[in-house]
Design a protein around this ligand. Structure first.
Ligand code: AMP
Length: 564
């Protein structure tokens, strides 16, 4: 049975498989390699996934949701329509399920296992949420692979280049940097760093703020549909500014057309704060790798947002004279996940490739600062330092601080701060110790961090040999019983049939457009919709009917917001 590789992105997702000829992307029901990570509820209360949902973001904002990857690992719930409330894991599960079906339809058989990529900087809680999402979609995760690692795998395999390369991955919602060493078929991740709240969507937002300022508008005061339209226009302006120096636009706001012009310089000026946030993870990754900037042989740009010229020139400025790797920034992660799947399946063609990764953050335990002075201040004692190669197992011995102390509370923190409150508490466990004078009893706290980024904690009481082992599931992760319950509930929810995806996507786009047009344009469109529905009902020459309808929509769309 095939093992697939999935890039579960903030903006778009993609699925690929390892073949004799290398990794191959698998197209979705509408023939595209990228599936928007958007979920919606249609008028019959069926779930829409991908392009059809994306097309309804403006017209049905209360029934559609995007960018939910940002909430993975939180308990935030999204209400779609009246009755349906979903957690981020469930929304991600819909996307995974749809990719699973696309893979099955391409490969002609059932698919149950996947390698899924996650941002390197995803913490334990976010990784477990991703595993839960896969479980809800009926997929067993063979491996979680860090996105930059996947990108480097695909890049390394494609170019067969050796040396130290830096993967610079700016996606829709996250920024990751990794340094990888590739020599004689061994690919070794040296370090990784990132910012889980920085991505292309933030650049769209600053552009929207700049546009609003030009027209003395406050975005937050506008109706949701207007805000969505401004954001959609700014997304298009942002893309246009990746190739043109400036662009003029016309957008309908509150029923009135507003026009203006934005250029690269204004966009770049508005983006200064965001650009400033790019430096820190770069510096940290280079520092932690114990290599110097001059040791780097190539920079691989990954993620759609690296298409922005200001990002390319920032990279060029920081890494003068370094060549930029030529890969498709949108699909390289999915391809790399498929390579990882090939590695996992021990494909003969990959026999000589070995891959090692690192743990992206420090893992430690809370200890009392100074037992002798009875200073009760708790600090975090690192046990596994960030950027240590994984799998890794490390231990520290702790002693009791009070006479006749009956138990020790072992806390597990993730993060770089000395103070507990500056880190994420992954879990805690109490272990019983025999009563004895302070400092006499001791415990060994061992952390084992596996290749998927899952942490196991083992505590051994030295004097009795008693052992306690635990894999923590954070309070925001779903307990197994709830996963099973939710899995059953999701199976009950109607999902719009896959074979109708293309028609639904077009109809959603047409209806969105209908709300924006006026007078005769509107009437014209309503006739086009009726005739399209009639033609698809008849069921022949569907391809031709679809492409003619799409061309007509292209023409009409230019009337609502356009780049002039
Ligand atoms: P990803 O998560 O890698 O699919 O990246 C998606 C992000 O890349 C979104 O914020 C897109 O707006 C952005 N993006 C894609 N293409 C371009 C482009 N040509 N110019 C600027 N940004 C782009």
């Amino acid at each position: 049975m095939a093992l697939i590789g999935i890039d579960l992105g903030t903006t778009n997702s993609a699925v690929a498989v390892w073949t004799d000829a290398g990794p191959r992307l698998l197209a979705n029901a509408i023939g595209e390699n990228l599936t928007p990570s958007v979920v919606g509820l249609d008028d019959d209360n069926a779930i829409l996934i991908g392009q059809a949902a994306r097309n309804r973001l403006v017209t049905h904002p209360e029934r559609t949701v995007a960018s939910f990857k940002r909430w993975m690992g939180t308990t935030r719930e999204t209400r779609l329509g009246r009755g349906h409330v979903f957690r981020p894991e469930e929304l991600s599960a819909f996307v995974l399920k749809s990719l699973k079906e696309d893979a099955e339809s391409n490969l002609g058989g059932e698919v149950r296992e996947a390698v899924i990529s996650v941002p390197a900087y995803f913490n334990d809680v976010q990784r477990k949420a991703t595993l839960d999402a896969a479980g809800l979609a009926g997929l067993k995760v063979e491996r979680l692979v860090n996105e930059p690692t996947a990108a480097a795998l695909a890049y390394g395999l494609q170019t067969r280049k050796e040396g130290l390369f830096l993967v610079f991955d700016l996606g829709g919602g996250t920024f990751d940097v990794s340094l990888l060493d590739s020599f004689e078929g061994v690919m070794e991740v040296r370090s990784t760093a990132g910012d889980t709240f920085l991505g292309g969507d933030d650049f769209t937002r600053v552009l929207a703020d700049a546009l609003a300022e030009q027209h003395r508008l406050v975005l937050d005061d506008l109706p949701r549909a207007d805000v969505a339209r401004v954001l959609r226009a700014c997304e298009a302006i942002k893309h246009a500014l990746s190739t043109a120096q400036q662009t003029e636009y016309e957008i309908l706001i509150g029923g009135k057309a507003i026009t203006g012009r934005l250029d690269r310089a204004r966009f770049e000026q508005a983006s200064q704060l965001l650009l400033g946030r790019i430096r820190a993870p770069l510096e940290r990754a280079i520092h932690d790798s114990k290599r110097r900037l001059t040791d780097i042989d190539a920079v691989v740009l990954v993620g759609g947002a690296t298409r922005m010229p200001m990002i390319r020139s920032l990279v060029a400025r920081l890494f003068t004279r370094l060549p930029l790797g030529q890969v498709d920034p949108d699909t390289v992660v999915a391809l790399g996940a498929a390579v990882q799947a090939g590695l996992k399946a021990r494909d003969a063609a990959l026999e000589d490739v070995v891959m090692t990764d690192v743990c992206p953050f420090t893992l430690g335990t809370g200890v009392t600062q100074n037992a002798r002075t009875r200073d009760e201040t708790v600090v975090v004692l690192p046990i596994i330092e960030r950027n240590s190669p994984v799998p890794i197992s490390r231990a520290q011995t702790l002693t009791t601080i009070n006479d006749n102390q009956r138990s020790v509370r072992v806390t597990v923190y993730q993060g770089e701060s000395l103070r507990p409150e500056g880190n994420i508490l992954l879990g805690e466990l109490d272990v019983a110790v025999p009563p004895a004078p302070a400092g006499k009893e001791s415990i060994e706290v061992r952390f084992t961090y596996d290749i998927n980024g899952a942490l196991e904690t083992e505590v051994t009481v030295k004097s009795t040999g008693e052992r306690e082992r635990r894999i923590f599931r954070n309070a925001s992760n779903l307990p197994q019983s709830e996963i099973e319950q939710r899995f059953a509930a999701l199976a009950e929810i109607k999902i719009a049939p896959r074979e109708q995806a293309a028609n639904r996507a077009l109809l959603a786009r047409a209806e969105a457009l209908y709300e924006e047009l006026l007078a005769e344009d509107r009437e014209h469109l309503s006739r086009l919709i009726a005739s399209f529905e009639h033609d698809i009902g008849k069921g022949h020459e569907i391809e031709r009917v679809r492409s003619e309808f799409a061309a007509a929509l292209d023409k009409l769309e230019r009337l609502t917001f356009r780049l002039i």
